[in-house]
Ligand binder design. Structure first.
Ligand code: ATP
Ligand code: MG
Length: 296
């Protein structure tokens, strides 16, 4: 049985329970999405937990996660359904000589010959699922229009077969990195959640959740350095994902502090552009020369 949250606090606690630490607006919007049945559009920089939110919701709500990974050129055949041509051909070949086309046609355009793709799977599932439409900004506007139809009517029409009505209502999470502006029509139908880099306190909690062995003082130092780095004008500021990686690396290296030398040795884990590395070495490196005691 899937879970039906009764209050925002339930969602906050539930997400924590499955290892996702939500901010206030994340818990609120997730609660509304689950109760109002409206899709959520999650936007924000890379690596702030957009995709992970959908996975965590599925775990907490005890629903299957159906994922549609978007990319340029994604079409209906990969998102909705496709006819299984091979099987259809075999079926036709197996037919006795002289069988009329009408008889064969009725046969080969049935459910048995349909390959379900994620959107179809999500609405035709008997048990409600969480549908993750990841990186919707990578597709074109035509795809968005098709998606709108599915998300507002919760049905898919197949010319050869008729209309497939939804058997259950999925919780829908769409994510976007803002590679292109999404249409107003899509935004109007969605709840909106902007995920940003977390505060020092919450990021420390997230990092320690992923690396329980990380000593508190080192963890705090790490997150403070990452926040310092984010304030520089970089091509690609470090995300939560990079903070987590850095923590793991520091543990492996047996580091007990992040001083200038340690930063320079390991900073390629958090910044990944040549020019960014130079900026960080110059602007942050010097501030760390004193060690934890001096700055913290
Ligand atoms: N609130 C959070 N609680 C726990 N872990 C988190 C949280 N936010 C992010 N993470 C962790 O950060 C990492 C990156 O998250 P995720 O892949 O969801 O980012 P994203 O926003 O989808 O990035 P991208 O735009 O690059 O796809 C994951 O390992 C995830 O577990
Ligand atoms: Mg993602």
């Amino acid at each position: 049985m899937s879970v039906e949250p009764a209050a925002v606090e339930d969602v906050a606690a539930g997400l924590r329970g499955v290892g996702y630490l939500p901010g206030d607006s994340t818990a609120l919007v997730s609660f509304l999405a689950a109760r109002l049945g409206k899709p959520v559009l999650v936007e924000g920089p890379a690596g702030v937990g957009k995709t992970e939110l959908a996975k965590a919701l599925a775990k907490y709500l005890d629903r299957r996660l159906v994922r549609l990974q978007c990319y340029e050129g994604l079409d209906e055949a990969k998102a909705l359904y496709e006819w299984n041509y091979r099987k259809q051909l075999l079926r036709i070949q197996a037919e006795a000589q002289g069988t009329g086309w009408d008889a064969v046609q009725d046969d080969i355009f049935g459910e048995e010959f349909l390959l379900e793709r994620p959107l179809m799977t999500a609405i035709s599932s008997a048990e409600p699922v969480v549908l993750l439409i990841d990186e919707i900004d990578k597709t074109d506007q035509e795809f968005e229009a098709m998606l709108l139809e599915v998300l507002s009517d919760f049905q898919i029409s197949i010319p050869e077969m008729g209309v497939v009505e939804a058997k259950s209502r999925p919780v829908v999470v769409l994510t976007s990195n803002n590679a292109r502006e999404l249409t107003e029509a899509l935004k109007r139908r969605c709840l909106y959640l902007w995920l940003d880099y977390p505060t020092v306190e919450r990021e420390l909690e997230i990092v320690r959740l992923h690396s329980p062995d990380l000593p508190e003082a080192l963890g705090r130092r790490l997150v403070e350095v990452v926040h310092m780095v984010r304030q520089l004008d970089l091509k690609k500021p470090p995300s939560i994902a990079e903070s987590i990686d850095w923590a793991r690396a520091l543990i492996l290296l047996g580091a007990d502090d992040i001083d200038q030398a340690m930063l320079e040795k390991t900073m390629s884990i958090i910044v990944k552009h040549r020019t960014d590395l130079d900026v960080v070495a110059e602007r942050v490196g010097v501030k760390l020369s004193g060690g934890i005691a001096a700055t913290g």
